[in-house]
Design a protein around this ligand. Structure first.
Ligand code: NAD
Ligand code: DAU
Length: 368
């Protein structure tokens, strides 16, 4: 019923998805193509994290277009707005990996802050030129993270009212982008909405992130490096549940609001890794016994947030969203997907991704 309503709302519209070749962006594009009547323009710079093969249904699809464009390139963005005249923009283009932000924060400042600024300026310029009806319904949905709120102690949840207290260069750059989006709403009345989501996992995730990293290393029977004492807690959401939430917020969310999106699935990192070992042991038994023997504790991530957990009550009660996957069902699907789609991630390894430890500050303390 809900899907039908969204389908009808999106029918015949054009939606810009920035970062649509990334992990969550590609899930959003797949969702829009498969479950709505929207025309999708995927705008992506194609960084190391991008993979156009993550959208298998895009080939020859009549409602899909791709533009290799940097969201920091105002002239190219302007041309896209003029050519496609979108009804909405979903901004998922970002540098997204905390460990990379420790080693090289500059790219995070460029894309997450300057890129978002440039996108806001071009969206504003385009929106101001729309006629009354189109102006009223235009939306810019900015996709952000719970990391902007910093870290929780043993108790409590992040709500939409939690203060911002980012601790990594990545989180700080996302917090800055959220503030820009808010300012463009308050000052220029650009109709924006922000979502702040917890940790995603699922098919097509680049193997630098915890879950795919452990699946691929576990399959190869290589060491499974858990940072610190392994007791850091993340709240996990299956990526397709996030994509559904974003479509719902775009369709029915209120302008100027922020919505927290979370899976109500808190787990310690070491528990996540142990569960992956159990699933791999069952689905692809190891040569030398259980993969639990591969788990090891390595030096902690600098500035490592202890716990994230989202209060998802607002999106649940106001928009009727619920995560469909539990952590157990979603993780089993994910491990199965990585087993069945080796060619997708093997190609990433073959083109030089080494899956080695990064984000440890060198003795000199110098970031690039
Ligand atoms: P990702 O790293 O997998 O993908 C990012 C995509 O953005 C890539 O395709 C990349 O090529 C593209 N991109 C990067 N810089 C660009 C630029 N300047 N112009 C155009 N495209 C550019 O990231 P993800 O995990 O899919 O995250 C997407 C968004 O969701 C990010 O904003 C991230 O902060 C947010 N988020 C992620 C998670 C998570 O668990 N992964 C959770 C909450 C929020
Ligand atoms: O909370 C949302 C955020 O989740 C998003 O905004 C980010 O884009 C996304 O990358 C993710 O950030 P995290 O830092 O939480 O994710 P990551 O997968 O890098 O790490 C998850 C936890 O696992 C974290 O506590 C660090 C730990 N870890 C990670 C790796 C890669 C390990 O212990 N070992 C590892 O090898």
């Amino acid at each position: 019923m809900l899907l039908l309503r969204i389908d009808m709302l999106f029918d015949g519209t054009t939606i810009f998805v920035t970062g649509g070749a990334g992990f969550i962006g590609s899930a959003v594009v797949r969702h829009l193509l498969d479950h709505t009547g929207a025309h999708v323009v995927n705008i992506d710079k194609l960084t190391y994290a991008a993979n156009l093969s993550s959208i298998p249904q895009a080939a020859g699809h009549p409602r899909y277009a791709f533009a290799k464009v940097d969201i920091g390139n105002a002239a190219e963005l302007r041309a896209l707005f003029e050519r496609h005249r979108p009804h909405a923009v979903m901004n998922l283009a970002a540098e997204s990996h905390v460990d990379r932000s420790i080693d090289g924060p500059a790219a995070f400042i460029e894309t997450n802050i300057v890129g978002t600024f440039t996108l806001l300026q071009e969206a504003l310029r385009y929106w101001r030129g729309l006629d009354g009806g189109r102006r009223a319904t235009f939306r810019l949905l900015h996709v952000s993270t719970d990391e902007v709120f910093g870290t929780l102690g043993a108790d409590g949840l992040f709500t939409e009212k939690s203060p911002y207290a980012p601790n990594s260069p990545y989180a700080a750059s996302k917090a800055a982008s959220d503030h820009l989006v808010r300012a463009w709403l308050k000052t220029y009345e650009l109709p924006t909405i922000i979502t702040n989501c917890c940790n995603n996992y699922g098919p097509y995730q680049f193997p630098e992130k915890l879950i795919p990293h452990m699946i691929i290393k576990g399959l190869a029977e290589e060491p499974l490096p858990v940072y610190g004492d392994g007791q850091n807690i993340r709240d996990w959401l299956y990526v397709e549940d996030h994509a559904r939430a974003l479509a719902l917020v775009l369709a029915n969310g209120r302008v100027g609001e922020t919505y927290n999106v979370g899976g109500r699935s808190e787990r310690t990192n070491v528990d996540v890794v142990r569960t992956i070992c159990d699933l791999l042991d069952r689905m692809a038994p190891a040569r030398a016994g259980s993969r639990h023997r591969l788990i090891g504790f390595v030096p902690d991530r600098p500035g490592h947030d202890r716990r994230y957990a989202i209060d998802a009550a607002k999106i649940e009660t106001e928009l009727g969203w619920r995560a469909q996957e539990t952590f157990e069902t979603g993780l089993e699907k994910t491990v199965r997907w990585f087993l069945d789609n080796r060619a997708w991630w093997q190609a990433i390894l073959d083109r030089g991704y080494e899956a080695r430890r990064i984000g440890v500050i060198p003795a000199s303390g110098q970031a690039k």
